[in-house]
Design a protein around this ligand. Sequence first.
Ligand code: PAF
Length: 283
Amino acid sequence: MQTITTVAELRRVLAEARKAEKRIGFVPTMGYLHDGHLALVEASRAKCDVTVVSIFVNPTQFGPNEDLSTYPRDLLRDEQLSRDAGVAVVFAPDADEIYPAQFESFIEPGELAKPLCGAFRPGHFRGVATVVCKLFNMVQPDVAYFGQKDFQQCAIVCRMAADLNLPIEIVTVPIVREPDGLAMSSRNRYLCADQRRRALSISRGLFDVADKFQSGERDVEKLTAIAKKHLTTLDRLQYLEIVDADTLKPAENPLRRTAALCTAAYVGSTRLIDNVILPLPTS
Ligand code: PAF
């Protein structure tokens, strides 16, 4: 496994792989890898010859009062985990390599970026779309892998790839959870024992909704209320919404198309997101 920090070196190494007709899989991350990231690597390794993992805490997707400076970082650990997982290349650039002086061109996502996290994190998806597009141009992968936990991010990246004719297959990999149900996230490390316990109401609420949906409940308000009942242990609920899985607009009531129940909430000062897909055959 090689760790590369410059775009020039990355291009040189990947040009060789491409010349040898290797299929390139790409897993963009902000590091502090966990089993959720490693599931993306595994999915890539199953279909691709060369897996590239980028590790870059992207400043443009953080708001002024968010956790950019404290976001967990441990490159040595990430390298070890990547090596053990069979990654071929770790791309770990500095901010200057991605955003040189004079940088001023951004990708502006449209309607998909407005609801849910977009309503509470202005500019977040502009930063995500911009860095993902730049990383795509640097790596030029055949396939890129994203985790379903960031449901809205997946929708925006798929839309961007289609809108900009990017010749990259986008694969969404299901959420990986801790044995007790908490969705894996690099931010889980911020939680103390009491917060970690209280955070479990999120997955409990989502699982309860998934069960009732499985049993035939299609009423959006009833399903939302079922989840809400669980969320009393959280410090602040930001949103809890059932949205159409394609448009991310509020789902039609009763549900007739595949939808997703998405939520974001604070436990202490840690913001957690999670979702569950409510699949229907018409979508
Ligand atoms: O999901 C993430 O970790 C980030 O948003 C991504 C896709 C690596 C872009 O910085």
